[in-house]
Design a protein. Sequence first.
Length: 380
Amino acid sequence: MSIEPPIYFDNNATTQVDERVANAMWPYFTKYYGNASSRLHAFGWQAQAAVEKAQAQVAALINADPSEIVFTSGATEAINLALKGIAETYKSKGHHIISVKTEHPAVLDVCAYLSKHGFSITLLDVDREGLIDLEALEQAITPATILVCVMLANNETGVMQPIEAIGAICKQKEVLFLSDGTQQIGKLRVDVQESQIDLLALSAHKFYGPKGIGALYVRRKNPRVNLLPQLHGGGHQLNRRSGTLPVPLIVGLGEACQIAEAEMWDNSAYISRLKNFFEHQLLDINALRINGSTRHRLFNVSNITFPETFPISKLVNQFAFSSGSACAGAHNLPSHVLKAMGVDDKDIKHSFRFSFGKYNTLEEIKSFLNTISNFLGQPH
């Protein structure tokens, strides 16, 4: 007997690959399978042309130059390359790095690593809404500060930091600015020039592209950013990241970027309606709390604290949602994001993230709400 799969409300963890992306990738597995570094025959030329097209597609999405795009295995590698590469390159100038307590583990774990290797790390607090204090950031910058790292949008709550204001502060203080754009890229417009971002990490599988491919934007002028490579062996990608390029995955990332650029406004309007309906109807059923700013938040994310008596655990076989970051789930620890926002441990245990995507439907939302109502014995 076949089992009906759960309804998927965990799009911040990963997304379904768009069929158009999969179709664009397929020929580079089967027909145009050359190595992009093979310069003496047509197979290599075809592969290199595909890589250059994808660089242009990624760059167009964030208003960058194609030469500023470095392909990586994902956002985690991009963040490691950026943080470690900048730390090693600029250590003669300073040893101080500033980040935020609610960053993704990919950032916090690298900061912890660097703190054991001679670097001073400042982690800024956030308020109850999950936002940093810009004055606190400005005061934290010292002559030894070489880098500020603040994510565009939080993966657990969807809270969006005031990125343009942060970029302006970093520019004024002549400090480099790195941002983890993993959750916002492909969903809302991001412009590295307007935001004065110097390095930006992204990952394809968060916006309907394949897993295993991401990119790091590295500014080439005003200022020119230099970083030491973390992978050696061939000098690929202008000696910034060695390794044979996974051309099919790169093609998939490029296609996902092009689709996102064309469709993000329609998608955001559609998904926002789903999320708003979900929250309004759910709040009518019971007294719940939304965690994080409701004004400065991604349109697709609801992080909700349920009452202790709420039958949320009975729904995991029917609906896919999460208790926080998928990357931290293996450790089964309370959310460091909610803890930094002042949510107590008891409430953290009953807080769950619902993240919606373009393949979700209103009928799926209603199915969840009806199930909740049935468990509570309330008509809906």
